[in-house]
Design a protein around this ligand. Sequence first.
Ligand SMILES: [Zn+2]
Length: 450
Amino acid sequence: MIQDQILNEIEKNQNEFITLLQELIQAESYNPPGNEKNVAIVIEKYLKNVNIKTEVLSFGDNRANLIAYLNDNFKGKNLLFNGHMDVVPPGNEEDWKYPPLSAIIKRKKYIYGRGATDMKGGLAAMIIALKILKKLELKLSGNLILNAVADEEMGGLYGTKWCIENRLRTFKPTFAIVSEPTRLKPLPHIISIGERGSLLVKIVTKGISTHSTWPFMGKNAINMMSEIIQKLDKVDEYIPKIKPPLSIEELKNLMSAAFPSLEILENIISEQPILNNILKALTQFTKCFTIIKGGIKDNTVPDRCESIIHFRFSPGLKIDHIFDALKKLIEEDLGYNVKSELVGDTEEIFVYIENFKYLEGSYWKDWEKSTILKTFCGIVENVYNRKPFYFLHPAWSDAATIRNEEYCPETIIFGPGSGATAHLANEYIEIQDFINAIKVYTLFAYEFLK
Ligand SMILES: [Zn+2]
C-alpha cells in the first residue's frame, strides 16, 4: 500500500526531518524586523535536493515569501499549505533555559527554541510532506503548493495577503491548511474552522495643560481618559448583537467528540476553569484596555493621554459598528467632541479615535457538509490515535486572510505544538507531535491528490 510506503519513508528519515526543523529554528527571523529570507534560504536548499521548483520572492531588507510546488500543472485540484516563517522576538533571553536560537533537543523528546511551536514545527512538517510526495514519485492528479510566508506576527500584509493578491492569485486552491499549532493541552488537537476578528483602537484625549497648583484652570486629559475607562462597558449596548458562528453549547458538543461522553467533558470543564474561559471568550464580544500613557511632568496638568483598547468579536461584526458605538459613548454619554484628526489648538478639548490595527475574523460556513474534511479528521485520528475535534481558533492567524478574500473558503488550521507555549520563553515542541504532523500532511495530500 502506498500509505505504508509513505509511513515507512517518514519513520526511516526522522533524523533528517529533525535536523531540518533545527535549522529552521536557528535561522533567525524575529519580527520585527522579520529577516524571513534566512528561513527561505534553508527551505530552498532543502527542496532543491529533490528538484522541487522553489521561488523566493524577496522584499524589503532581508525579507521574503516563498512558493514551492510539486509540478507545473495548476489546472486541476490545488492543495495549499501555508505556514509563516517569522517568529516573535525572544523577549528577555535570561528567562530562557536554553538560548532561543539553539534548537536544542532534550530527553530525546523535545526541541526548544523560538518558533519551535509557533510555527517552524508546522512549517517544517509541510515542507517535508512536499518532499516525500516528490521523492516517492507517486501518481497524482493535482498540485500541492507550499506557501511559506513572512509577516504573520504583524498581521500578514506583506506575507499571505501579498502572496494571494499577487503570485498566488491565479492558483485557486480547492482546500488549504495553515499549520499553526492546534494542540489544546490537556485536550487533543483541534481542527480549526474559524476565528474571531480583532481590532485595536487608539484613543487620545486632548485636554488643556496648566500648572498643577490650579488644576481647574486646565482640563486634565488623564481624568478624561478615566471617564472613558469607567464607561466603556456601555459600548456593548450600542453594538449590534451578532450571533457567534457557534454557541457555547455547540462548541461543547464539538469538544465532546474527543471524550467518551458529554457528561465526562462537563466534569472536566468544571475542574479546568481555563476551558470555561476559552468557551466564553470564543462566543463573546470582548474588550480591554491594553496600554495607557499620560503626563509629562509631575507638576503639570496633562493635556494629552493615550490608550489602546483591544476588541475581539465574531465574524460579521464590522469595525464601523465598533467605531459608531465608541463615538456615541464619548459624544452622548460623556459630552466630548470626537475627531478623526489629531490636530487642534492648545485650548481645544476633544477625543481622537483611530483604527490602529484591524484583522477580520472568518468562518467556513459549510464545513459540516465537507467529505474531504471528514477524511482529514480520520487521518488525524489514525495517526495520533486520539480523536481531534472541530473548534474555533482562539487567536487570529493567516487562515482568516485565506478564507476571507473569497480565495479559499475551505481553509482549516491544524498543526503540531500547543498554542500555550507560543510567544513565551522556553517555547518547545514534542518531537512525536512534529513527526505525527508530517504523517498527517503527507497522507492527506496523497488522499486529496491521488
Ligand atoms: Zn503563528
